[in-house]
Design a protein around this ligand. Structure first.
Ligand SMILES: Cc1cc2nc3c(=O)[nH]c(=O)nc-3n(C[C@H](O)[C@H](O)[C@H](O)COP(=O)(O)OP(=O)(O)OC[C@H]3O[C@@H](n4cnc5c(N)ncnc54)[C@H](O)[C@@H]3O)c2cc1C
Length: 405
């Protein structure tokens, strides 16, 4: 079988690419999207938090028409939040205003695919990419013998463990420091006077989230996404992600109280790439583009990849259409996503590295630094900026850490 465009993986990145491409091209191009899942978009492996359009416009000022671009139909919004709280290991809470919402991400993802299908794309569920040779991807449907699909353009949107990136030679060797292992419960029946459904809560501490953070993200009513992330070099072999989540929900002084009457509705696990985006995201020999987690297009300080997948998917669609109609080159995709998002990615990565440097995975150090941060400093951090006082302290961090040992 031959198609103009094949999109492998139909999470936020692949679905955004498909939706935008069918919107531009209609039925002029033959477009096929495939996903190994029976129901792409489900189960939702995500905290589903999305900054408001206003916050995203600050974070990515170079995205054209950002306020409109990041606006979701209200049917996809499970709850609106207006604050982020940082909880230090010893329980100090620092709060800052930050508008956002928790999505019904699975429903939104599925609707993108339905609308792409209506506009002419073909969608294959339970279809796994098992190999790639030049411009053909071999696909096995429901475990059947693989068949080759030849495409003029291939989009690798197959997530953090991207096979397309590996087969194309675009992937980069990265050590485990650059990956967060995450596990999350959807918890319901939360019935505590301390529960604020407008507050995104982030928790730091080596018993819950070594090298990353744990979270309580309010969903609708008395339900929340409750999860932990960790990086294995920071665990020193002492804790698994399952144990970290158990510690967090049953032993953390604040969270265990908050969740006392809560029940687990469902549980998921996932991998979040937290390095810089890949240097090369287009292979011009095989006309392959990488979009979303497959390209590590994640805000590495917080592990956010929904808005960045939307931007990358939209730019990919435009570049693919221009290329196939003789009005541009595929490399335009790489140039444009870098123009629109690289500043944010670089700042977030610097922050993540700085956090590693000051904390070295130790609660005592994290506590010492957080004790000195105010709401305005946390506001800088959530906008991917290093607080001024940390910049000023930077030359002395080595000595401070020796003193704090
Ligand atoms: C626990 C957790 C919490 C998170 N919380 C947030 C949050 O609150 N806010 C936020 O912005 N980001 C969050 N993220 C990050 C966000 O979920 C990702 O950045 C986002 O899903 C990236 O979208 P994607 O389409 O690139 O990849 P994915 O969502 O991973 O989608 C990839 C798709 O490819 C398919 N696939 C993979 N291999 C193949 C194959 N060989 N053949 C066919 N199909 C294949 C998969 O089935 C999947 O559907 C979180 C991540 C995790 C793990």
């Amino acid at each position: 079988m031959k198609v103009d465009v094949l999109v492998v993986g139909l999470g936020p990145a692949g679905a955004s690419t498909l939706k935008n491409l069918t919107k531009i091209a209609g039925k002029d191009l033959s477009i096929l999207g495939i996903d190994k899942r029976e129901r792409p978009g489900f189960p939702v492996r995500c905290g589903e938090f999305m900054p408001s359009p206003e916050e995203m416009a600050i974070l990515t000022p170079d995205v054209p028409n950002a306020l409109n671009f990041y606006t979701f139909d209200s049917k996809y919004i499970a709850s609106r939040t207006n604050r982020i709280s940082f909880h230090s290991p010893a329980g100090k809470i620092i709060q800052t205003p930050f508008e956002g919402y928790t999505l019904h991400r699975g429903v939104w993802n599925e609707d993108l695919l339905l609308s792409a299908e209506k506009a002419g794309a073909q969608i294959w569920n339970s279809a796994r990419a098992v190999n790639k040779v030049k411009n053909s991807v071999w696909i096995s449907r429901e475990g059947s013998t693989p068949e080759p699909i030849k495409a003029q353009v291939i989009v690798g949107a197959d997530g953090a463990r991207s096979r397309i990136a590996g087969w194309t030679g675009l992937s980069e060797k990265r050590n485990t420091e650059h990956f967060v292992y995450a596990k999350q419960h959807v918890m319901t029946n939360i019935d505590s006077p301390d529960y604020d459904p407008t507050d995104i809560q982030m928790f730091f501490g080596e018993n819950y989230a070594p090298g990353a953070y744990a979270w309580v993200i309010p969903k609708n009513g008395n339900t929340a996404n409750v999860g932990v992330g960790l990086r294995t070099p920071m665990t020193k072999g002492k804790i698994t992600v399952s144990k970290a989540l158990e510690n967090f929900t049953s032993e953390h002084p604040f969270v265990s109280e908050l969740l006392q009457s809560a029940t687990i509705y469902s549980t998921i696990g996932g991998l979040v790439p937290v390095g810089l985006p890949l240097k090369k995201t287009v292979d011009e020999q095989s006309n392959t583009l990488l979009v979303g987690d497959s390209a590590c297009q994640v805000v590495s300080s917080v592990g956010g990849g929904i808005p960045t997948s939307m931007v990358a998917g939209s730019i990919a669609a435009e570049s693919i259409h221009n290329y196939l109609t003789g009005n541009g080159s595929l490399i335009d995709y790489q140039t444009k996503w870098k123009e629109q998002m690289m500043t944010m990615f670089t700042r977030a990565y610097k922050l993540r590295r700085l956090f590693d440097k000051i904390s070295s995975g130790r609660d005592s150090r994290v506590q010492w630094y957080l004790n000195r941060l105010k709401s305005s400093d946390v506001n800088a951090v959530v906008h991917c900026r290093v607080p001024l006082k940390v910049t000023l302290a930077f030359p002395f961090i080595k000595y401070l850490n020796a003193f704090l040992n």
